[in-house]
Design a protein around this ligand. Sequence first.
Ligand SMILES: NC(=O)c1ccc[n+]([C@@H]2O[C@H](COP(=O)([O-])OP(=O)(O)OC[C@H]3O[C@@H](n4cnc5c(N)ncnc54)[C@H](OP(=O)(O)O)[C@@H]3O)[C@@H](O)[C@H]2O)c1
Length: 296
Amino acid sequence: MKVMLTGANGQLGRALQELLQQEPEVTVFATASKTSALEAPFPVTVLDITDKEAVRSVVLEEAPDIIINCAAYTKVDQCETDEENAAKVNEDGPRYLARAAKLVDAKLVQVSTDYVFDGKSEKPYVETDETNPVSAYGRTKLAGEKAVMEEWDKVFIVRTAWLYGDGKNFVKTMLNLSKTHKELSVVMDQHGTPTTAIELAKMIWFIAQTSRYGIYHGTCEGSTTWYEFAKEIFNVFGKTVLVHPVTSKEYNAAANRPEYSVLCNCRLNKETDYRMKEWKEALQDYAEWFQKKGGK
Ligand SMILES: NC(=O)c1ccc[n+]([C@@H]2O[C@H](COP(=O)([O-])OP(=O)(O)OC[C@H]3O[C@@H](n4cnc5c(N)ncnc54)[C@H](OP(=O)(O)O)[C@@H]3O)[C@@H](O)[C@H]2O)c1
């Protein structure tokens, strides 16, 4: 079976490469944007998913069985002032991939986000809940979901949240700040679920081998706030940092974020026996993996 990864040098892309390397039946064809290709830990072919013709010809040539799109414009605040480019990567690229997937009858996994919701709910969002993004990032990711569903049937949409793995992320930011700060202020009024890239990769790989197409929520189990998450990171990594809670208003980021974006993995839990780990357990695994890698 041939699996094509796009954006393979991002956090999720790297986790999938690690995971799929252990699958004897799988050949991975990994692609990444030009810049990321230069520093990739695994060999990659250059493919910009916003290049319609390149996407078409690469997919026709490689004829993968499954395409997993890990490429995205993920800088949430930057999207506010660069929505046009964000839409190219988060909407147009996925559309081209879906069209190309249809040409070779490949399944497509499109990864999406909790930020498609407005965060006004008081209970975990289910897959069928109404979307209403409050940021440019959320709008472009929602447009990406719609685009792939318009183009092709054999599509899985997996919405995840607060992702961290091998790359820039909240955990690494906290660990870096702990080297220079004894006290930090962290947002306490946004609720969500930290999810490791490896837990997401495993879930995606499980679901991609089925024919149960459609929308899934795929986050670790449980929920927390950024403030509580930061405290747990320092606890697990043995750092002494005093964390102060601040409101989103005080923090004043460029993009609005949903106050409550906890996702229920309802469909996964109802229709399959696959379960994602609890977020604190996944954080422990991450700490072990991080230390094995020499803390980089
Ligand atoms: N990170 C989170 O907290 C989070 C939360 C919810 C959902 N998600 C979703 O989860 C998925 C994976 O996120 P992630 O954290 O792994 O993202 P990431 O680490 O930022 O990786 C995204 C990758 O996409 C590549 N890329 C960007 N533009 C591209 C283009 N035009 N063509 C090909 N590749 C391109 C980037 O490469 P360059 O930067 O080198 O161009 C980067 O390697 C995304 O769909 C994201 O929206 C993430």
